[in-house]
Design a protein around this ligand. Sequence first.
Ligand code: ZN
Length: 282
Amino acid sequence: MNHVAAEARSLEGLSINFATVRQFGSFGAIVDACLAHGVTAISPWREHVAAAGVEEAARIVKSNNMRLTGYCRGGFFPAADKAGLEKALDDNRRAIDEAAALGSPCLVLVVGGLPKGSRDMPLARSQVADGLAAILPHARASGMPLAIEPLHPAYAADRACVNMLGQALDLCDALGDGVGVAIDNYHVWWDPDLEAQIARAGRNGQILAHHICDWLVPTQHILTDRGMMGDGIIDLKAIRAMIEKAGFKGPQEVEIFSSQNWEKRPGEEVLKTAIERYLTVC
Ligand code: ZN
C-alpha cells in the first residue's frame, strides 16, 4: 500500500503525450490506459479530440480528474498566399478554443517552415511573427497561453523556422504577455546557449511545458526515430535541473514519435517503459 502511494506521488511529475501511445486508439482509451498506470497528466492531439468531439473529450478529462500539460497543436503560419495565411489563423483560433475547453495550460505551437515553392527563410520567419501577433488577442481573451516550441534546425524547411530557444524567446519578448515556450529536449539538447536561455526564460516566466524523449545515435529518421528516455545521448537530468532551477516545476511530458520501434510495440509496454525510465533516468 505504502509502495503504491509513494509511486503514485512520484508519477505526478509525469505526463504522457498522446503521440507516444497512439496505439491505444481513442481519446478515452488512452486516458483509461494512463489512469490504470497511475498517470494523471496528459497532452492530447487535435486528431484525438476531433474524433471524440471536444465536449466529450473535455468531459473525460474532468470526470477523471486528469490534468493537461499542453494541447498539440497549433502553428504552421507561413503560406504562399493571403488565403493560406488567413486559413492558418482561423485554424489556430479554433485550436485556442479547443485548448480552453479542455482546460489546457497552453497551446503548443509548431510554427511552420517555408511555404511551398519558397526559398525565402526571412519571409517565413516574418510570417510566423505576424501570425503569432494576429492570434494573440484571441489567445489572451481566452486565457490561453501560446507555447512556441523551437524545433531542431533539421526541421527549418518543413515544420518550424524557429529553431533555437533564444530565437523563440526573442519572439516572446517582442509579442509580450501570453506567449512562452515549450522546451523539448529532443530539439534543444545540442544548443551551446541552452543553460543561459533556459535561465532567461525562467526569469520572465516563459517556460510553459517540458517535453522529453531521447536522441538516438545514429538517428534513422529525424521525425519518426525518437528514442525512449535513457536510450540516447541527452543528459536528461541535467536539462531538467536547469528547467527546475529556472522555476518550472510542471510535469515532464513524454513525447516519442517512433514509427520504426515503439509504435510497433504494445501500448502497455510503451507506457510501462516510459514510467520506469521517468522514475530512473529523468
Ligand atoms: Zn515536443
